[in-house]
Design a binder for this molecule. Sequence first.
Ligand code: SF4
Ligand code: SF4
Length: 352
Amino acid sequence: MLLKKERLNDILTDMAKQARVYVPVSPDANDGGGVGKSGKAKMTRFELYSPGTAPNFDLVNTTMPPKDMLFPQTQKMYRYGFDTEGNAYIDIIHDSDEVVIFGMRSCDARSIECMDDVFLSMGYDDEFYKQRREKLATVAIGCASVAETCFCDSMGLDPNAAPGADVQLSPGVDGQSYVVVAQSEKGQALVASWQPYLEDSTAETTQVSCALKVNGDGLKDKLEQMFDHPIWEQLSKKCLTCGTCTYVCPTCHCFDISQENKMKDGERFRCWDSCMFSAYSEMAGNHNPRPTKMPRVRQRFMHKLCFFEDRYGKTLCVGCGRCVEKCPVALDITMLIDDIQAADLSKAEEVA
Ligand code: SF4
Ligand code: SF4
């Protein structure tokens, strides 16, 4: 099936009557100019679509990933307290809206598979994640171009295909259309609802690959032998422990739980946390197993490239390049992978 780009707004407007639909938006579409007074580019992100919104499906990927539709930056979990008769109550806060993320890239589609592993597998279901996940449908658009920081195909992904998404749109070489393929039951239902706007034909599609490459061969095996390697001390020196890398990362999923009490009632909520902060690993009695930068930087990269694969069979880095782009001191995961591959293992033994 073929979807002409000129029909996209019809589809989005129809879907927005049934669901909350999020689309990638450039700041210049709704926020005058695209750059601040400093001349620096503003942040791009997924925003709620309504008629009049101008989506930008040409963005390679957004500054902020769409993970907060499933795992909000701050999420109320439940209210508790005493009712007027003095009885204790706990009310779980449910989110009941249907949501469609329309226009995500392969990297963000894979990141949802990683989040599903964390929140919905190994005999553990996170009910707050689950209720959002069940109501989510995803529409991926293959990349018509790549950024200089993209390296997803080195991490085993394909910028042209996102098998985990409910619908795949592949850009036609004419630049005017998408080939539409439903990839799940949810996807079939969505595509069926688009029928008035689709054409019963097909087209040749754009195929791209990333210019930035890393060598992931044997990386996990090597990292397993490098926990005590001096390279971590050297690599972590320039880290500011600002946490930017974890906030822009589509797969980082650490959170903290807190509460706000008001007289007899209160609310519990969770919010994003970062393994790059010293307080993240602080325990009772002021014990902190990661008190300095080195073990925190090591943890972040070991988790991405080694520990997650041990537990779930895939890396926790999808090669989206956001941390490469945004780290203020260029602690670049692609350069780190090169350094790991070049490292001398005998040094690890000296320290261990
Ligand atoms: S963004 Fe860079 S400087 Fe900031 S915590 Fe991450 S690695 Fe460190
Ligand atoms: S570690 Fe960096 S490149 Fe990898 S998924 Fe996270 S933000 Fe993207």
